[in-house]
Design a protein around this ligand. Sequence first.
Ligand code: CTP
Ligand code: MG
Length: 386
Amino acid sequence: MDKIAAVIVAAGRGERAGAGVPKQYRPLVGRPMLVWTLHHLMASTDVGLVQVVFDPGHQDYYEEAASGLDLLDPVAGGVTRQESVLNGLRALAPHNPRYVMVHDAARLFVTSELIARLRAALEEGAQGVIPLLPVTDTVKRTDAGIITETLDRSALGLAQTPQAFVFQALLEAHEAASGQELTDDAAVAEAAGIMIHTVAGDPGNMKVTMADDLDAAARRLGREETRTGTGLDVHAFAPGDHVMLCGIRIEHDQTLDGDSDADVGLHVLVDAMLGAMSEGDLGTHFPVGDPAWKGRASSDLVAVACDLMDKHQARLIHADITLICEKPRLARYQSAMKVRIAELLGVDATRVNIKVTSTDGLGFAGRGEGIAGQAVVTIAMPVPWT
Ligand code: CTP
Ligand code: MG
């Protein structure tokens, strides 16, 4: 049977949700809201072509959100939601779909079950069908704050999207209603005399309207996982006059040998961050012998790891670093190291811990041949889609 083409209206300004990034592009648990909406919608095998209607002023946000998704090219919306829908329907017309559903980008919790209910109604012959929720609160009519009537709530319902229709019927209804101000597509279809059926709405299919709704949506998604990475590194001493450890310069009668400034503390930190993100290791990102990294401060490596964290929408929860050597004595630098690393990571210092230890004179560290470091990093990042 025919799939249902979808018009996703995402051309609004999201004014009630507050200033900043428009609500449909606001990151929720690491992904823009529109990505969640499209992902949930396209998980349904009942959905065919997907036409997003956007504000070309949001081009950059849109491209980031839509990347990798199988969508028709977006079309520009209008001043009202109704105009935006009409633009979306016109863009779909050349594809001549049998059915269409119109859905708000702001309802990210749409489910395959809800879409299946709509499709079943269309296949039974409905020209239009929308999800409706029962009204559970008592509803009053008021005039200047004074109640004039208690309405019979059993005869009332709350309309949601997606709202599904025979494509041609909805397109004609929208063309005819162009210029009027009707609040949903069912109202447009009603005005054209189309009988609209209802199916059970989904209480979870909330619309994000206010800033608080964004927080509630993020809590409901809750799809974040905790990951751990470890790092281990050793650098040998060489002739010199100082060592760099955890971003702090420490005067010493030797230095550490290596391509960069050989900061073993930062190297293990970066390796642990890369490990937590499943991004390989230092060698993957900074090949040994690469002239670009010769003599560079290891803080630049941390900056690259932080960029990768941003790319993965990951947050650092905690970093615990251990430095192992006989000399120099490091205890008095611990707090400066902690502060410096927190600064490099852009986190509060309570999320960083530095430990220093010796090996009781045993092994290469005990013999004063070099310094070893070890790190464990804990991050939070969005759960992968699959
Ligand atoms: N919408 C649209 N074109 C418009 C107005 C709204 O495509 N001219 C879309 C919105 O992007 C949203 C849906 O219609 O996905 C429902 O509208 P609403 O929740 O009111 O969103 P906004 O208009 O963006 O928000 P606000 O009214 O708070 O500015
Ligand atoms: Mg609006």
